[in-house]
Design a protein. Sequence first.
Lengths: 168, 54
Amino acid sequence: MNIHTYEKLWLVGAMLLIVGFIATVTYGAVGVGVTMIDDSEETIDPTQLDEDERFSEPRVEQVGENEYDVYVVARQFMFQPDPIEVPAGSDVTFYVTSADVIHSFSVAGTNVNTMVIPGEVSTMTVEFDEPGEYGIVCNEYCGSGHHAMEAMLIVQPEDEFELEEGEN
Amino acid sequence: MASETSKRELGHDDFDPIGTLALIALYFLLLVFLWLFMYFVEFLGNEPTVVGLI
């Protein structure tokens, strides 16, 4: 088969491009640790959240030295708890579920962004290195008050952080 | 109008579309640059990111 020199160049270039795409995504997954939010959690009954040990009381809970679990309920048209307060320099795992319709849990301006589906628990772990304040918004249209559905996520300096009474 | 005498034969490797090659090379570099920018600056730079074990 007679292939023109330029065609060979284009074929090799296209192959390198594909290898490059796969290599960068692999670097992201293995080197940086970026992961996807999946549906591996057990399903729950969204009408029985009051009796669910994780979601009956939406809260921030310390589970390790620098590890926190946050149980969040999204409902028309609010997130509970609000604000969510966690310390800087910690690994925070969010467990988010919905009490009514499909919402989303989107920390504005970051890659923390997931759908929240009634009956499903969206689970994601995030590292907060620096103190700061983030807005949380719902980006799935969930009803007439959708545009007002928001909450605050406050990452406090490590030495100022204290879990509120009754929590933990 | 082309006459019989103005016809010329081109061998396989005599065809030399250097302009097309240059244009595609330019597109290629643009694509590589935009991919790197999108992934490393816009995506990974947009911290915090969801992390964990695969």
